[in-house]
Design a binder for this molecule. Structure first.
Ligand code: F6R
Length: 607
């Protein structure tokens, strides 16, 4: 989704802005632009398409002189991805330029009002109303005009504002869209994302809703929504620059797949102390856990599929009913949630609009909320009663991999720690599962190492639409495997609960149909194996995924991928890894833009 960046300092702004925009690329965009203030004129350059075009057009920023500016990557919502609709937008009097991430819900009414007052619009965007409102309300006090403008806006916005009357001051405003200030020496920055700041500074301020910041090269001042100056803590980012770079890999996705042993270890290690699990800053005592009648897990996309896997672990170990709900459905479902409901909201970015809305809906009904989030200081992390960070480090590829497996790791920790407190499993079972959980990083590495034949297999199994089948925990893995395949290789891939095939979809099986059968749930592997036999009898070619040593599968499937043996509840965290690689190599064989698949955005900040 859109990303914004800003710079004020003593040296040319445009190269810094272009570099910042490149680091925001992964969020997804279809046009980009920068505005730089030079003397008393704002120079704007924008292009539809890739940032490389903007580099070329501005000769790496050389043709846009000036030491203060703002930049934007746009993911089209209101109006096509054209040069006209690209940000920044300029006021009619040329005094203000604005970049915006979010959606202005009342823009049509504002647009009509402004047109009636003779403001001329040059784009179809919702954003353009903002720059005209700034012009309308400006009477010599920029901060007052910004506050008055913000008070007229409904929806979500992170704004970066330039004004010719403040030649070294940037203005930034946040309401329900991420915005982070970077604190430098003799220069200051803002961005939608920490990854665009870490090569510049590790000292950041997370703005909160309603806050306004004024940045000059030497100083940052933050005001609350009433205009009162407030003191904000400066946080230190622990990620290093290398974490947000490819480090020799051809794609971020491959790098992030390979980082999974380390990322999962980071999610687990400090929370396991000897024989005890310590969930960071919060411990819910047994009496409180007993007061919950059910758990709802809510999320979108892959995070939802992580929830589907986590549900089996929590139900099995804690004997508590767990519902897994798509956040986009839950928010409008008038859900049966009360003070006896514990809600787990899972989100890599912490900024997914539907997940935030579902969280607020459940909160309003009295639920206790735990956020399982990767991005520190993100909206979901701030809104939740308790937050468990997944500690995956920056995830740049649009398709999540380490984000997903670290979410699973945290869900397993929750399941085990709650089960221990509720005494729903014996101390022996607890110890043995905890021991296994500690082995997961090593086993993930083995799942990668064992499957060197995946590039070849991916060519054999990605020639047409694919079926992914499995039961129970394996079905949850099949769902994620199919999503990975379709989003990066653009092949049609569907997942089915294996037992459902006979109820309709087996009609689609014909000669040569690729079927990926996940058979890691030992109690149900034989059942899935019968489904394998059924689809093979109708001409399908089957690639099975099973525990190492499962010889029965070899005789039935055409090809087999193995993973190390582990307790069924933990099997998804290993089984998904070869499926990520299968999708990666299929996308590579089809020459797809793996890190930035078409039409997708990393952070889905609009509904
Ligand atoms: C798929 C993928 C998406 C995200 C979904 C939720 O690979 O990345 O399906 O899982 O958009 O995003 P977060 O986790 O940021 O809430």
């Amino acid at each position: 989704m859109c990303g914004i960046t800003g710079f004020t300092g003593m040296h040319p702004a445009a190269p810094v802005l272009l570099n910042g925009l490149s680091r925001l690329e992964y969020r997804g965009y279809d046009s980009a632009g920068i505005a730089v203030l030079n003397g008393n004129a704002i120079h704007i350059e924008k292009v539809s398409g890739r940032i490389a075009k903007l580099y070329e057009k501005t000769e790496g920023g050389k043709t846009v002189p000036g030491t203060i500016g703002i930049g934007h990557t746009r993911w089209a919502t209101h109006g096509a991805p054209t040069d006209f609709n690209a940000h920044p937008h300029l006021s009619n009097d040329g005094r203000f330029a604005v970049v915006h991430n979010g959606i202005i819900e009342n823009y049509l009414a504002l647009r009509e009002e402004l047109i009636a007052e003779d403001y001329i619009f040059h784009s179809e965007t919702d954003t353009e109303v903002i720059v005209h409102l700034l012009e309308k309300y400006y009477t010599g006090d920029i901060k007052a005009a910004v506050m008055k403008t913000a008070s007229r806006l409904e929806g979500s916005y992170a704004l970066g504002i330039l004004c010719t009357d403040a030649p070294d001051t940037l203005f930034a405003v946040r309401e329900a869209s991420p915005l982070i200030l970077g604190i430098g020496v003799g220069e200051q920055y803002f961005s939608s994302d920490v990854t665009a700041l870490i090569s510049l500074t590790k000292n950041v301020i997370y703005l909160e809703d309603g806050e306004i910041a004024c940045l000059t090269p030497d100083h940052v001042t933050v005001y609350d929504c009433t205009g009162k100056e407030i003191t904000k803590p400066i946080s230190r980012v622990t990620w290093n620059v290398e974490a947000a770079e490819k480090g020799g890999y051809e794609h971020f996705m491959l790098k992030e797949i390979m980082e999974q042993p380390a990322a999962v270890k980071a999610a687990l290690t400090s929370r396991i102390q000897g024989e005890k699990i310590r969930l960071d800053d919060f411990e819910l005592p047994a009496e409180i856990l007993r007061s919950f009648h059910k758990i709802i897990i809510t999320a979108c996309g892959s995070a939802y599929y992580a929830g589907c896997s986590g549900r089996y672990a929590i139900e099995k170990l804690c004997h508590l009913p767990v519902e897994v709900e798509l956040a986009s459905e839950l928010r409008y479902a008038d859900p049966l949630v009360d003070t006896h409901t514990l809600v787990l909201v899972i989100s890599q970015s912490g900024e997914t609009a539907d997940s935030i809305a579902a969280l607020k809906e459940c909160r309003a009904r009295g639920a206790t909320i735990i956020g399982i989030v990767n991005v520190v200081g993100s909206t979901i992390a701030n809104l939740a009663d308790y937050t468990l960070y997944t500690r995956a480090g920056p995830e740049i590829a649009v398709a999540t991999t380490k984000g997903f497996t670290t979410q699973l790791a945290v869900l397993y920790l929750i399941a085990l720690s709650f089960a221990e407190k509720l005494r729903s499993i014996s101390p022996e079972v607890y110890s043995s599962l905890l021991w296994e959980l500690k082995q997961v990083p090593k086993y993930i590495q083995q799942s990668i190492d064992m499957n060197y034949q995946l590039p070849t297999l991916s060519r054999r199994y990605s020639s047409r639409s694919l079926f992914f089948i499995g039961r129970n925990t394996d079905y949850a893995v099949a769902l994620e495997g199919a999503l990975k395949m379709k989003e990066i290789s653009y092949l049609h891939a569907e997942s089915y609960a294996a037992g459902e095939l006979k109820h309709g979809t087996i009609a689609l099986i014909e000669n040569g149909q690729p079927v990926i059968a996940v058979c890691c749930n030992e109690a149900l592997a034989d059942k899935t194996l019968s489904n394998v036999v059924e689809v093979k009898a109708r001409g399908a070619k089957v690639l099975a995924l099973a525990f190492h040593g499962n010889s029965r599968i070899i005789s039935q499937a055409d090809d087999v991928i193995f993973i190390p043996r582990i307790s069924t509840i933990f099997s998804p965290i290993l089984a998904v890894v070869p499926l990520q690689l299968l999708a990666y190599y299929a996308a590579k064989a089809h020459n797809c833009d793996i890190d930035k698949p078409k039409n997708l955005a990393k952070s889905v900040t609009v509904e």
